[in-house]
Structures are given as structure tokens and as C-alpha cells.
Write a protein that binds this ligand. Structure first.
Ligand SMILES: [Zn+2]
Length: 512
């Protein structure tokens, strides 16, 4: 392969930190630029309209593709559950990254893929200080955490009293004290059931919490309203009830109805879109069609998919009952973590197999979601790392979405029953480069409420990823030619060149 010419040129002027990126083909959908050749100028880590001085560096990007740095809005990269996951599965396969990498490896691997921002999506407030200590060792990327405040006693008590001001005050104080960016709810009210020995499949959205008068539906609605009123940048981040259970698409539909008219973000929706009944693998299948229809009609909702990809990984969830159910069905030993703190957590190794009926359905259901959502600005590419797959598999997923022939060949290898019953084989949609750029950068940045991420207009952080055009999208997205983070060259041809320290996002809402 002949690589287009691309070199960094150092001038003798080192006092300035201005850089010009010249002649690249720009994909910046947030600013209406999709495949246009233009220059980008950087001063002090930010994109600027133009430079009035001679830049200290220029980079000739002729023939190369330029995108904003990737933004992962739902991953699990630090904290007690991640440490526990490392102990369970230090290294699942030769010649591959550890299933749960160290903080330093996580930063390096994300950066090598062209990602520059990551959020850990489930942090108990009482563990936040440990998570921040670990994130301080995660280099290069900017990062943030979503707090599981709905498991805090004072929040549950305020919801029980239906006291909006009290709920808003509790959320504000937790975000400030724990330096959180957003609020996550994992299996609403689930910890109250779990800590009384009641399993996840023994309650639905309208079951009253033991000892309370409120239901999971009340929790979802009240929290979403409080967050909208607080004006948080990211809406309520929802892992709804009955994760991973057959027939859970009905719970998910009820969850969507609960938010009718309210902003909310549905996390790893693939794990919440199953038909079927108890232990009946013949009726297990996809509930995506009615869910996607509702989602497409409601522009206040956003989602990330939590795609599974075949191979070995580690499941870790703030939903203890879901982990217990998975351990029970797979026969694999599991760990329950944080059970004496305000939340819950379960961790266990898992292998997704191509010929396994349920795993084939999960794979097909995730892809069906991607291909059924009409507005790419409301969907984020995730694997719920490491739950569905390692984040280093993102380029493979991007090829499945952008290359219909590649996807059809993959469909031929899955379980024959899924092949014949799933609508996936009849979906011919291909994501364009611009749409892949949207679901990996522009949309997740917008969904997370990050004004300086996901685009390359003036004022944006100079997080820039440069790719070589390649018909093989997996190869193209696996090995960026260059990655800049806040204007600093951090990766060149897969090699990490520097380890700058990223910022941590914190939201400090005012609430009297
Ligand atoms: Zn998750």
C-alpha cells in the first residue's frame, strides 16, 4: 500500500503553539462539511478561523481524511468493578489487548483508534474518589463519569416524598461532591429489591419498591424531570429494568412511554430488546421494530446500542440481578461487588459465540437497531465496553455498518434460525463515511452536551483524527495516520508519541 504523503514539519519557532493542517478531506458534519478539502488551524489547543502568525508546525494532509476525535459516551474504564474485572480476566487471548486494560493501556488504545474522549457510565458516589484517582492515570483522553445517584438513600427518600426541590438538591450536591458529569440510573429501584433478596425478574416498571410507595416508573419519570429542570448537559442516562431477560422489549417500550415528551438517553438498548418467555429459546428474538418505530417518532430520545461482537470478554454491570441471571444461565462463577455500598454490581467472564442461538440474536438485534434508527444524530456507537465487546473492536463494527456485502457475509455465519428469522439480512442500508463520523463523534458529543467536542469549527478542542482512505473500513478506522489531542500529536501510525494529561468533565449545577 502506498501511503499518501503526510509529515509533520517543525519550524524553529517554538514559542508559538499554532498548527496548520493543510489540504485534508474534512468530515465535520456538525458544521456541514462532508468530504470537502480545506485547511484547519489550531492555536493553544483550540480550532481557530485563521492564523495571523507563521504556524510553528504544518501538516500536509493531502489525500487524507480528517475527522474530529472519537467520543465514547458509554464505556467502563475505571473503578472497583473494572479492577475486579481485571482480576477475573487479566488476558483472554494471545496477541490481543487485555479484556479489561489498565488505565494507561486504556488511554493509549483509545487514542490509537482516534478516540479522544471517554465516559465511564456507572460510578457509585461512594466510589467516585477511587474512580477519579484511577482516571488520573488514564492518559491522553478527556474523561468523565456518570453517577449512580438513584441508588443513594437520600435520593430515593426524596423521590418517595415526591419532593422535586429535594431531589434536585441531592443530585446537585452529589455531582459537585463526586465531580460527575451526568446521572445514570441502572435498573431503577433494583437495589432496593436486590438488597431484600428479590431478583430482577420479580419486578417490572410498576412494581412498588418494598417499603416504599414508589415504582421504578416513578423513579425514571421523577429523575428525568429533575434533570431537565436542573438543565444538566446530558439527560438521564437510563439502563432500564430487566436487562438481558427474554421478553424485556415490553419493559423497554414502557420505559420509552414513561419518557414521552421528556429528554432521556437509553443505554445499551440492544440488551433490552428481546422477545420471548422464560427459558423458551424458540420464542427468543428481536423486539426492535416496535421500539425503533417509537424511538424514531420521538426526537427527545437518544440511545447507544451496546453492540455485542463474537469473542471472549467480561460482563460488568451495576445491575446485580442481571449479572446473577447471566451467571445462572451460563454456569460461570460471578462476583457481586459494592453490595454493601449504595449500589450493586456483578462481574463475570463471557464468550459470545457465532453459532449460539441467543448470542446470534444479540448480534443481529444490535445491528438491526443501528440500521433502523433513521436519525444518526440520536444514536451513538458503543459496545458497552467490555460488556458487548472490547472497544478496540469498533472498527470491525464500523465496517459491519458501512459495508453491506461484508455484513451479508457475516450474517451467513450466524445461527441458521436467526439468519432466517431476523430482518437483518433484508436491511441493505450502508452507513456513509459522514454517518460513521456522526455516530462515533458528532452525535455522542452532542448527546453528552459537550460543546467543544465532536466538531472542528472555531472554538472546538483541537482533537483531530486523520485516516488514510481505504475501501476496507475496518482497516481504515483501525490505524489512523495521526491523532492530535488538544493540538498535541499523540499518535502516529498506531504508535503513541506522547501522553498529555486530559481534562475531567464535571458538572456543577446550581440548585437552591
Ligand atoms: Zn454499561
Amino acid at each position: 500500500m502506498i501511503l499518501p504523503h503526510a509529515t509533520f514539519q517543525e519550524s524553529t519557532v517554538h514559542s508559538s503553539t499554532s498548527i496548520s493542517l493543510l489540504g485534508g478531506t474534512l468530515y465535520d458534519p456538525a458544521n456541514g462539511k462532508n468530504g470537502v478539502v480545506c485547511d484547519i488551524h489550531i492555536r493553544d489547543g483550540r480550532i481557530v478561523d485563521a492564523l495571523h502568525e507563521t504556524p510553528s508546525r504544518t501538516l500536509d494532509l493531502s489525500g487524507l481524511i480528517v475527522m474530529p476525535g472519537g467520543v465514547d459516551i458509554h464505556s467502563h474504564v475505571a473503578g472497583p468493578k473494572v479492577c475486579s474485572g481485571r482480576r477475573i480476566a487479566p488476558d483472554l487471548a494471545n496477541n490481543r489487548p487485555a479484556a479489561v486494560p489498565t488505565a494507561k493501556a486504556t488511554g493509549s488504545l483509545y487514542a490509537a483508534l482516534g478516540y479522544t474522549t471517554v465516559f465511564d457510565a456507572a460510578v457509585s458516589p461512594s466510589a467516585a474518589h477511587l474512580v477519579h484517582m484511577e482516571l488520573a492515570d488514564l492518559p491522553i483522553l478527556d474523561k468523565g463519569i456518570y453517577l449512580l445517584v438513584a441508588d443513594e438513600q437520600r435520593v430515593i427518600d426524596s423521590l418517595e416524598r415526591r419532593n422535586r426541590r429535594e431531589t434536585m438538591a441531592a443530585i446537585s450536591q452529589s455531582l459537585a461532591a463526586c465531580r460527575g458529569w451526568a446521572v445514570k440510573v441502572a435498573n431503577p429501584g433494583g437495589c432496593v429489591f436486590w438488597k431484600r433478596g428479590l431478583r430482577g425478574d420479580h419486578h417490572d416498571l410498576d412494581s412498588t419498591l418494598p417499603g416504599y410507595s414508589i415504582s421504578p416508573r416513578d423513579i425514571l419519570r421523577q429523575l428525568a424531570e429533575a434533570i431537565v429542570e436542573l438543565g444538566l448537559p446530558h439527560p438521564l442516562h437510563v439502563h432500564t429494568a430487566n436487562l438481558g431477560l427474554p421478553g424485556n422489549w415490553r419493559t423497554t417500550m414502557e420505559t420509552l412511554r414513561t419518557f414521552d415528551g421528556l429528554r432521556a438517553h437509553l443505554a445499551h438498548v440492544q440488551f433490552h430488546s428481546y422477545t420471548g418467555g422464560d427459558c423458551d429459546s424458540d420464542t427468543f428474538g428481536s423486539g426492535v421494530e416496535p421500539l425503533a418505530h417509537w424511538f424514531n417518532e420521538h426526537s427527545e430520545l437518544t440511545l447507544d446500542v451496546g453492540q455485542i461482537l463474537f469473542g471472549r470478554t467480561v460482563a460488568m454491570t451495576g445491575d446485580s440481578s442481571a449479572a446473577e441471571h447471566l451467571a445462572h444461565t451460563t454456569g460461570v462463577p460471578w462476583r457481586s461487588h459494592d453490595e454493601y455500598l449504595e449500589g450493586g454490581c456483578g462481574i463475570l467472564p463471557i464468550e459470545y459465540r457465532e453459532k449460539n442461538l441467543i448470542h446470534s440474536w444479540q448480534w443481529a438485534i444490535g445491528l438491526e437497531w443501528f440500521l433502523s434508527v433513521s436519525d444518526p444524530w440520536r444514536i451513538a456507537l458503543t459496545t458497552d465496553h467490555p460488556n458487548g465487546a472490547h472497544f478496540t473492536a469498533y472498527p470491525h463494527l464500523m465496517r459491519l455498518l458501512g459495508d453491506a456485502a461484508f455484513r451479508r457475509a457475516a450474517v451467513e455465519r450466524i445461527h441458521p434460525l436467526v439468519r432466517s428469522r431476523s430482518p437483518l439480512g433484508s436491511l441493505s442500508r450502508e452507513y456513509s463515511l459522514s454517518e460513521l463520523c456522526i455516530i462515533t463523534r458528532a452525535a455522542p458529543a452532542r448527546i453528552a452536551g459537550l460543546k467543544t467536542k465532536g466538531h472542528l469549527g472555531p472554538g472546538a478542542d483541537a482533537d483531530v483524527t486523520v485516516y488514510r482512505h481505504d475501501a476496507d473500513l475496518e482497516r481504515m478506522f483501525s490505524l489512523p495516520a495521526f491523532v492530535l489531542k488538544a493540538g498535541t500529536l499523540v499518535v502516529e501510525d498506531g504508535h503513541v508519541r506522547s501522553y498529555p494529561v486530559g481534562q475531567t468533565f464535571a458538572c456543577l449545577p446550581e440548585c437552591s
